[in-house]
Design a protein around this ligand. Structure first.
Ligand code: ATP
Ligand code: MG
Length: 326
């Protein structure tokens, strides 16, 4: 069966790094059908719509989507695209690569972040000039879905278990429900877990990231703590991510449109190419995925490198070197 891949480059360096990742996928001998679609500032300026219906429909029907970045319209593009693939988990690996200047070079973590609720599905109010409030939503069903995924993930990827990060000592109802549900699903599957309060996690991960491996957390905690981990591994240009739903998934670099370097052909394609390696694994091409990971890793270590990593190579040079190593 030929898998259909939606390709949505978006704006800024999304237009440079997304084609680079497609080039890498095309160099593998796999019969993909790539379908490109528009989203972001440029198409909004042209048509008045940041996310045309046909782009949404494509992401909602393709087997997987590769997305670059969107500028000012980012929230109007990526939030509905995550809904299009019904994504309930955001996978964010934070790994330091050999040869890259990192605060904690031994870091090798994967965050499994709840992707639908928490404060993002909550409601804020301004009751009086003096008082504002926020409600947050945590459901047993979403926590269960995340936990089932986490159990499969640690099983399939050969991890010992996972850490549950929460603040249930203060948010007893919401994070309490999250913790209890995730823990009980893990227990049913015989998966080992440890609980870590999110504030303690922040300190411990900075001091000694090696004590953690797979980290399961509520939405906002996952957002903050994975960015913290990004700081430990030293480079926004290197972090990939996957938004996974029950039947399809969307892959994107963690970085944005990088307007300061857009159009110069010097963006680091590594984050998007690693996202493409995650896409390969998701579709079951484990060997190809590992090969792309290895080729990226070898290129980061031995060069050529783009200017963000201290080199003077172009996006095209780095992409060609990765394809050569494949
Ligand atoms: P946006 O609003 O789209 O997120 P931004 O100005 O926040 O744009 P980011 O894309 O988040 O920019 O990038 C932040 C910084 O990291 C910029 O200085 C950018 O040049 C650099 N950067 C991000 N991604 C890359 C990359 N792939 N290659 C090189 N540098 C990058
Ligand atoms: Mg940004």
């Amino acid at each position: 069966m030929t898998h259909q891949i939606a390709v949505i480059p978006g704006d800024g360096i999304g237009r440079e790094v997304t084609p680079a990742a497609v080039e890498v996928l095309e160099s593998l001998e796999i019969d993909f059908e790539f379908v490109e679609a528009d989203a972001g500032d440029a198409v909004q300026a042209e048509t008045g719509e940041a996310l045309p219906q046909e782009t949404y429909d494509l992401a909602a029907s393709a087997d997987a989507t590769l997305f670059g970045a969107a500028g000012d319209t980012a929230a109007d593009v990526i939030l509905p695209l995550r809904t299009a693939v019904d994504s309930f988990v955001n996978i964010r690996p934070a790994k330091a690569y050999p040869g890259i200047d990192a605060v904690r070079p031994e870091t090798d973590l994967v965050f499994l972040r709840e992707n639908t609720e928490g404060v993002y599905a909550g409601h804020e109010d301004r009751l009086t000039q003096d008082v504002s409030t926020l409600t947050r939503v945590v459901t047993e069903s979403a926590s269960e879905r995340l936990a089932e995924f986490a159990c499969e993930y640690v099983d399939g990827d050969d991890h010992d278990g996972f850490s549950i990060v929460h603040k249930a000592n203060v948010m007893r109802e919401t994070d309490g429900l999250f913790r209890d549900t995730v823990k009980s699903v893990a227990d049913e599957h015989g998966v080992e877990t440890e609980e870590v309060l999110m504030d303690a996690f922040a300190t411990r991960v900075c001091l000694d990231p090696e004590q953690f491996d797979v980290v399961v957390c509520p939405n906002l905690a996952g957002d903050v703590l994975s960015d913290l981990a990004a700081g430990l591994v030293g480079g926004l240009g290197l972090l990939p991510s996957a938004n996974v739903g029950p039947d399809r998934a969307l892959f994107e670099p963690v970085h944005g449109t990088a307007p300061d370097i857009a159009g110069q052909g010097i963006a680091n394609p590594a984050a998007t190419i690693i996202s493409a390696a995650m896409l390969l694994k998701y579709l079951g091409y484990d060997e190809a995925s590992a090969a792309v990971h290895d080729a990226v890793e070898a290129t980061l270590e031995n060069g050529p490198r783009t200017p963000d990593l201290g080199g003077d190579a172009t996006t095209a040079d780095v992409t060609a070197a990765i394809i050569d190593r494949l």
